[in-house]
Ligand binder design. Structure first.
Ligand code: GLN
Length: 530
């Protein structure tokens, strides 16, 4: 097994996750199998309990683990099969060590960061021989953070244990451009690499994030001061689409460098999928506006996978996607004909908590009445059912018990075991569940299949007691769990109105858009261009 470590320096948000995912994509281009893991130095056991302000989107894997959003990039860019051991936090490491200590696993010993924490990290870095050819290990945070130290120490030891020829160390840095000096500066990068070298780690590859292209002088200078070969200094420019990154890094010679380092040959390099994406991005398509009504629309990362899945759908339609982000509180009381003007579709994503509910309900009603294509995800589906109950079925005061536990018609409620659960971490309905698809519905047209698996992350469900009442009024229950739980609702007499209890965005890829996103974007296009 060969290992690639990726850390970051100078500032956060350099796109380490994207770099890791792109490196994985480039190795797959050569026919290699990759495994990817992310190590986060924070003390939460997983990001499941963190707010989008703190952490961006919580990404969910088929096994139900709640993980860092970088794992979304891994899945979108590669074919790696991810599971809970691919997302590690200091919280997880300490939880395991402290449990072992209480069970007497360290009797007589003093339990310490070195060697106990570092050994636990090294154990979790390991990928089983046979599962992949190359393992890519990303370290969250920024080199220099106190919390990250045990990881760097573990990585240093790991390199010594395995031999330099079996481990490649990458560091992602920023080369800022100073407008007043009209110069690209290398000093912060030098200092970040000096920190790494102070901990006994010499990077082999430096990914230099830069807003302006730089020439051979800067390359030579960075290489010289950071003790990296010039061909190991990689220019990673800002690009308008993340899907350009693999092809760009290929041009920079990243994959060649890695293969040389490991001494593994490769003859069949097939970059065509990534070239195809670049080609599609270049095709000038008409604009396609989709309204996105969510509580956290002002944050970059809160709905990452949903934005990406919409992008995949638009790529397939040769359209330039423009997501019109709307804060549900801000649209209440406004003229909807004006604010939704030019939008081909309305999307209401998942969410928790009371804020913004009324604005979302109003947007859903507008989409239903004006026959604008609508996609509701998780909370978006639950609110679509509530809106239908109130305004079509005439059930006054209908709501979700999450927001009004005393309401006369709890259309959405806690079902089954969720009624008894009080602990917060990892206790929702999480991960992949089966969904049976009803023939002849929009859902069925999208999937072309009777049985699908989709990922979940929610506590509340459609309340089965209201099924008949709503069905009579025209709500179609197009997806059901084998246990009977409602997975999807839609309207028969509407061009495209679908709400799903699950999160289809977690299974969308740039060249294989998720069928629901593909059809939603297609319906939006038809709505605008009819
Ligand atoms: N808050 C809702 C629930 O817990 C919806 C969750 C979501 O949208 N992810 O059921």
């Amino acid at each position: 097994m060969r290992y690639i470590f990726i850390s970051g320096g100078v500032v956060s948000s350099l796109g380490k996750g994207l770099t890791a995912a792109s490196v994985g994509a480039l190795l797959e281009v050569w026919g290699l199998r990759v495994a990817l893991k992310k190590f986060d130095p924070y003390l939460n056991v997983d990001p499941g309990t963190m707010s989008p302000f703190q952490h961006g989107e919580v990404y969910v894997l088929p096994d139900g683990s709640e993980t860092d959003l970088d794992l979304g990039h891994y899945e979108r860019f590669t074919n790696a099969k991810l599971a809970k051991e691919c997302s590690v936090s200091s919280g997880k490491i300490y939880e395991a060590i402290l449990r072992r200590e209480r069970e007497g696993g360290y009797l007589g010993e003093t339990v310490q960061v070195i060697p106990h924490v570092t050994d636990e990290i090294k154990r979790r870095i390991e990928v089983r021989e046979g599962d992949a050819d190359v393992a890519i290990i990303e370290l969250g945070g920024t080199v220099g953070d106190i919390e990250g130290m045990p990881y760097l120490e573990a990585m240093r030891q790991f390199i010594l244990d395995r031999g330099r020829e079996n481990v490649l160390y990458c560091h992602v840095v920023l080369l800022p451009y100073l407008r007043v000096a009209e110069e690209i500066k290398t000093k912060p990068a030098q200092q970040s690499v000096a920190l790494l070298r102070g901990m006994g780690i010499q990077p082999d590859l430096l990914f230099c994030r830069t807003e302006k292209p730089f020439g051979p002088e800067i390359r030579a200078k960075v290489g010289h001061f950071c003790n990296v070969r010039p061909e190991g200094v990689i220019q990673e420019r800002d690009v308008d689409s993340i899907y350009r990154v693999p092809a760009m890094l290929h041009e920079e010679g990243v994959d060649r460098f890695i293969l040389n380092h490991f001494g593994i040959g490769g003859s069949r390099c097939d970059l065509s999928p990534w070239e195809k994406i670049v080609e599609r991005l270049e095709r000038p398509g008409r604009k396609l506006r989709i309204a996105f009504v969510g509580k956290y629309v002002h944050l970059q990362d809160a709905y990452k996978s949903v934005y990406e899945a919409l992008t995949h759908g638009a790529l397939a339609q040769d359209r330039k996607l423009e997501i019109v982000r709307m804060d549900p509180d801000a649209i209440l009381g406004k003229n909807f004909d004006e604010i939704f003007n030019g939008c081909g579709g309305i999307l209401v994503p998942g969410g928790f908590g009371n804020r913004g509910i009324d604005g979302k309900l109003a947007a859903i009603r507008f989409g239903r009445e004006r026959r604008i294509p609508f996609l509701g995800i998780c909370l978006g589906m639950q609110l679509a059912a509530v809106e239908f109950a109130r305004n079509v079925a005439g059930l006054a005061g209908a709501h979700s018990a999450e927001f009004d536990s005393e309401c006369p018609h709890p259309i959405i409620a806690l079902m089954g075991e969720q009624r008894t659960i009080t602990a917060k971490g990892g206790t929702m309905r999480l991960g992949a569940y089966e969904c049976n698809v009803l023939e002849g519905t929009k859902l069925w047209q999208a999937y072309g299949q009777f049985r699908v698996q989709e990922r979940h992350r929610h506590r509340y469900e459609f309340n089965g007691a209201y099924r008949n009442a709503l069905e009579e009024k025209g709500l179609v229950f197009s997806g059901r769990n084998p246990t009977g739980l409602v997975e999807a609702v839609e309207l028969a007499d509407h061009p495209w109105f679908v709400g799903v209890q699950f999160h289809p965005e977690f299974q969308s890829k740039p060249l294989q858009p998720h069928p629901l996103f593909r059809d939603f974007v297609c319906a939006a296009r038809n709505f605008l261009e009819a």
